[in-house]
Design a protein. Structure first.
Length: 533
């Protein structure tokens, strides 16, 4: 019996007026593809859609097509939630882009020519812009648009993208901050990696070009007062990395940097030391200093704009604070959706990006065949072999365990080795995502030079008692034979602990590719993942 040929597809057309946006929100069962039928270009997040070719967009994605001139687009199916709006912030984003582009061109001229400047304004480096705003204000979307505008200009820029939002969406696994350097416009096919996927050991996918990316592991979804010191060190390290990159790559220096931020940046009191009550917006000042940011774009939020314009640390540096409107199309992402995005991003790290659904396969031809070829690998590794560490004060023994009147002086980025034989509710390793860090021979410290836990006695007159307790505490804590610095080092990759065998003393871990782990020292945080796909 021969199969019946598929019914001819109904042609669904979206007509766009000049300067309008077609906004869509795809649900769990909605996958679409679209193609431009009219002669003029149509953009998605400032990436030009290839003319006449189908462009797939996966379920859950939310976004908008923008047509500067009259346009006609064909869609495979109409999402339940979609509408056309003539209110768009594209002209404003274009104005910002043109101002940034001018600086890039002047910087390039300055950096690549040795002759006198002949009265032309001297600009030593490309623009460094940081985007700020409350949750779901469109920060990531603005970053993506500005980066794509620069990468589409035909000038060969390699704009740095700073991901200072360890929550969602980020470039690597949630819990990471990242620095990437795309050289082609970033596509919008799905929500796993809005800034392009980093190269992993898994085969690359045509839907999200591999983008060179370096990541640092915070191990949490946002900067908080508890991880503020670790955050500070990570930002400094990332800033140094960017500086070094610019020293060896003049084009990167001329192209500049665009930084996405966590909405926690809008909280004036976060990360501020208790002994400095006057300090405000410490997270902002730290980032501005680390990356030598010259412009902050504030989305919407009038008070934040005024607050930052008056901030002495920014005034002293001459940082411009500019307010841009919030797009009416930005979708409020609730907690359930955020969890879904996080889970999706982690799954994509291990299993690759989602395969295209069959109904789009015929339309997209070759694009489909590369999906689903990924080779994640699960294996067992002994507790003694895989060294799992935690970074920071919050992971050390509780201060309440110390004698009355005494307090502990610990380095805020100290390392603690996690002992998996401890009580499960304390150890919390099952389903934990671990960041693998590189260890060199010089990172190991000899036992006699290992840092000891120090305690100071408050003036209570109970000296002897405190000393005794201190010794017990020291004996209980396992010394970590590595320099503290490895805990905030750039990461090599990620694994997840999927099972713990307490009898055999082994972890089962999932890695994105077969073969030996690049290092057997891993940092745990609070990011957990269970594959529910
Ligand atoms: N003009 C638009 N039309 C339709 N959807 C949009 C538009 N602009 C942004 N969105 C969508 O709204 C959602 C929130 O935007 P975005 O992630 O840029 O905000 P954010 O401020 O970075 O969020 P977060 O709170 O995670 O920091 C995203 O799914 C994005 O694709």
């Amino acid at each position: 019996m021969s199969e019946e040929p598929p019914a001819p597809r109904e042609q669904i057309i979206v007509d766009l007026e000049p300067g309008s946006e077609w906004r869509f929100e795809l649900e769990a069962d909605e996958n679409i593809a679209l193609r431009v039928l009219s002669p003029d270009p149509v953009f998605i997040n400032s990436e030009e859609l290839p003319p006449a070719t189908w462009y797939p967009i996966h379920r859950y994605t939310k976004g908008a097509l923008y047509a500067p001139t009259q346009a006609r687009v064909e869609v495979t199916s109409l999402p339940a939630s979609q509408y056309i709006s003539t209110s768009t912030i594209h002209p404003q984003l274009l104005n910002v882009h043109l101002a940034l582009e001018r600086n890039r061109i002047l910087a390039k001229r300055q950096l690549f020519s040795s002759g006198p400047s002949n009265g032309v304004e001297r600009v030593e480096r490309g623009p460094r812009v940081m985007i700020m705003g409350p949750p779901s204000s469109g920060k990531t979307t603005v970053v993506k648009n500005l980066v794509n505008l620069a990468l589409s200009s035909g000038m060969g820029w390699t704009v740095g993208v700073g991901g200072l939002d360890p929550s969602s969406p980020s470039n690597l696994i949630p819990g990471t901050i990242s620095l990437s350097t795309p050289s082609h416009p970033l596509p919008t096919h799905h929500l796993a990696h809005p800034f392009g996927s980093p190269p992993t050991s898994t085969p690359s996918n045509t839907l999200s070009a591999d983008i060179p990316t370096v990541g640092w592991w915070l191990g949490g979804l946002e900067p908080t007062n508890r991880n503020a010191e670790v955050w500070k060190v990570l930002i400094e390290r990332m800033g140094e990395d960017w500086k070094k990159r610019c020293e060896r790559d003049k084009m990167a220096l001329a192209s500049g940097l665009t930084v996405d931020t966590s909405s926690a940046f809008t909280n004036p009191l976060l990360g501020t030391k208790k002994d400095d009550p006057k300090a405000r917006y410490t997270l902002v000042s730290q980032a501005v200093e680390a990356f030598e940011i010259d412009t902050i774009l504030v989305i919407g939020h009038e008070k934040l704009h005024i607050d930052l314009s008056r901030l002495p640390t920014l005034q002293q540096r001459g940082t411009n604070v500019i307010r841009i409107p919030k797009s009416g199309g930005v979708v409020d992402i609730d907690d359930t959706q955020r969890e879904l995005i996080h889970s999706f991003q982690i799954r994509s790290y291990f299993y690759g990006e989602p395969p295209l659904p069959k109904e789009l396969a015929g339309l997209l031809g070759k694009m489909v065949s590369v999906d689903g070829n990924l080779n994640p690998y699960s294996f067992q590794i002994g507790w003694e072999t895989l060294v799992v560490l935690r970074v920071g004060e919050e992971n050390s023994a509780p201060s309440s365990a110390l004698p009355l009147g005494s307090s502990r002086i610990l380095s805020p980025t100290r390392l603690t080795r996690v002992d998996p034989s401890g009580p499960a509710h304390v150890v919390r390793l099952l389903n934990t995502v671990l960041a693998i860090v590189d260890i060199k021979p010089e990172d190991r410290i000899k036992p006699e030079t290992s840092p000891k836990v120090e305690e100071v006695k408050a003036e209570t007159g109970e000296g002897e008692e405190v000393k005794e307790e201190q010794q017990e505490e020291e004996e209980d804590m396992e010394e970590v034979p590595f320099k503290e610095e490895i805990g905030t080092r750039e990461v090599l990759g990620f694994i997840v602990i999927t099972a713990i065998d307490t009898l055999k003393k082994k972890y089962t871990v999932l890695s994105p590719s077969p073969g030996k782990l690049p290092s057997t020292v891993a940092i745990a945080g609070s990011i957990e993942w269970v594959d529910s796909a």
